[in-house]
Design a protein around this ligand. Structure first.
Ligand code: TRP
Length: 329
């Protein structure tokens, strides 16, 4: 089983990213051949600062390794280091329709009322994402629910390519982690935890120190009543129970049973804070040890890119041949 996922180079990953995506990437290393790409080219589709982008790639690399990605057991690399991604993106535009890209939710949302001013890169974002995955003939794409539309598009693009030019690309399957879908904002538990548009108090970052973690859980919004059980009328309490279960890798029902005799929500908040700190502090320690050695991070990314390129180059040879571009084989 070959697994591929792309990760935005943002420094501030939150608990939802960690429990949903990152933990699943780590597990992917045992399930098959896992390929993880830090997508710096995608980051250029919206306004950004060049020096900042480099730093965020290093942050992300260090965080992923700290969380358990082992560059000896997976392929971890930076998108722009493997030129095959941009080449395949262009070639795939031949089987991508203007209309379908124009209808993509992300393009609509992120271009906002400024459609005319949005970069052409934002428009082509899904085609580059398709190229990321299809270049490796990956079978499975672990991503959040918000990426469903992008994965559907890459499946369509792959099928269309195969129909037009002959069987060449693998049609990948979407895999949505269950936990990610459930981690809610600590202040507004009706919404998903997220870095965009949310207040600082509601979002728990992987690199928050113990004091901040305690404070955010202490101030987490709970619900009326005192019973520690999940339910649709108790989104705040349900969220804490789910988080506590996920970080301890037990079932939410077990948390409810354990805390049945608790004095109130204060105990639940304290138990959750304690468990999150216990889970994240070794990750934070490893992160600090890794982050400053940028030469080593670069060497790790370069080694990953060499492995990635070897796979992608083979696909590109086939794609060029099928499409009749470049000198014949
Ligand atoms: N668009 C994805 C996100 O915002 C990131 C991404 C880029 C990706 N290329 C990918 C995810 C390929 C999966 C596969 O999270």
């Amino acid at each position: 089983m070959r697994i591929f996922s792309g990760i935005q180079p943002t420094g501030r990953k939150h608990l939802g990213n960690y429990l949903g995506a990152i933990v699943q990437y780590v597990a992917g290393q045992d399930r098959g051949e896992a390929i993880y790409c830090i997508v710096d080219l995608h980051a250029t589709t919206r306004p950004y600062d060049p020096a900042e982008l480099r730093a965020r790639v290093h942050d992300t690399t260090a965080l992923l390794i700290a969380a358990g990605l082992d560059p000896a057991r997976c392929i971890l690399f930076r998108q722009s280091d493997v030129a095959e991604h941009t080449e395949l993106c262009w070639l795939l535009t031949a089987v991508s329709a203007f209309g379908e890209l124009n209808r993509m939710h992300q393009f609509r949302d992120k271009s906002g009322g400024q459609r005319e001013l949005a970069s052409a890169g934002l428009f082509l974002y899904p085609v580059l994402q398709a190229a990321d995955v299809l270049a490796y003939r990956a079978e499975e794409v672990p991503v959040g629910e918000d990426q469903r539309e992008h994965v559907e598009l890459m499946r369509d693009v792959a099928e269309r390519f195969n129909a037009r030019f002959g069987e060449t690309l693998v049609v990948p399957a979407l895999r949505v982690p269950q936990v990610a879908a459930r981690v809610r904002d600590l202040q507004e538990p009706e919404r998903k935890m997220s870095t965009t548009g949310a207040g600082e108090q509601g979002t728990l970052h992987v690199l928050d120190d113990a004091e901040a973690i305690e404070r955010k859980f202490r101030r987490a919004v709970t619900d009326s009543g005192t019973e520690i059980v999940r339910g649709p009328e108790k989104p705040g309490v349900s969220n804490l129970i789910e988080i506590l279960a996920a970080v301890r890798e037990i079932e939410p029902g077990e948390v409810e049973r354990e805390l049945a005799g608790a004095r109130g929500y204060g105990d639940l908040k304290q138990a959750t804070a304690d468990a999150v700190i216990a889970r994240l502090s070794p990750v934070q320690e490893r992160y600090r040890a890794l982050r400053d050695d940028e030469a080593r991070l670069e060497a790790t990314l370069a080694a990953g890119a060499a492995k990635a390129r070897a796979i992608a180059a083979e696909t590109l040879t086939d794609v060029r041949e099928r499409m009749g571009v470049g000198s014949p084989r």
